[in-house]
Design a protein. Structure first.
Length: 149
């Protein structure tokens, strides 16, 4: 499954810390298994069910967010010149995981995608999943707390 995920989302390779990268990949694997998703579904799953006829997949959205974070980190590093330290790998892990809970919140029913429970539960589940794999609760909470809306 890891190789398939890396092929779908090559931005996993942006993470230099191999242990963190492995944890992010395992979290994706667990969310895919828990949500009972097929890879073909992931390619069609819209990143936002609230946008009518959304044609951008969750995979493409996650890739875009991760690329934006990668480029933003480069700009901020150059601009701040060491005044503020940014952990690039944590930033990228957060980007790759920022919507992971949608794999638990959304379901495929009769060929269409639907929400199955509320956003709060999705983010709570995400925190639990991240804590289970990362053994770094404070980091996990930071990934998710700014994504509640």
């Amino acid at each position: 499954m890891k190789n398939v995920l890396i092929k779908l989302i090559p931005e996993f390779n942006f993470i230099k810390d191999s242990i963190l990268k492995e944890k992010v990949l395992r979290t994706w694997e667990e969310a895919i298994q828990s949500g009972n998703w097929k890879i073909s579904d992931l390619l069609r799953l819209p990143f936002a069910l609230s946008i009518k006829d959304c044609s951008v997949s969750l995979i493409k959205h996650v890739r875009g967010v991760t690329q934006v974070c990668s480029e933003s980190e480069k700009v901020l590093r150059k601009l701040y010149q060491g005044e503020i330290r940014i952990n690039r790998d944590y930033l990228l892990a957060g980007a790759l995981l920022h919507d992971i809970g949608k794999l638990l919140e959304y379901k495929k029913k009769e060929g269409t995608f639907i929400k199955t429970f509320c956003i709060y539960f999705r983010n709570t589940s995400c925190i639990y999943t991240l804590n289970t794999h990362s053994h770094s609760p404070s980091l996990c909470h930071q990934f998710v707390k700014y994504h509640l809306w």
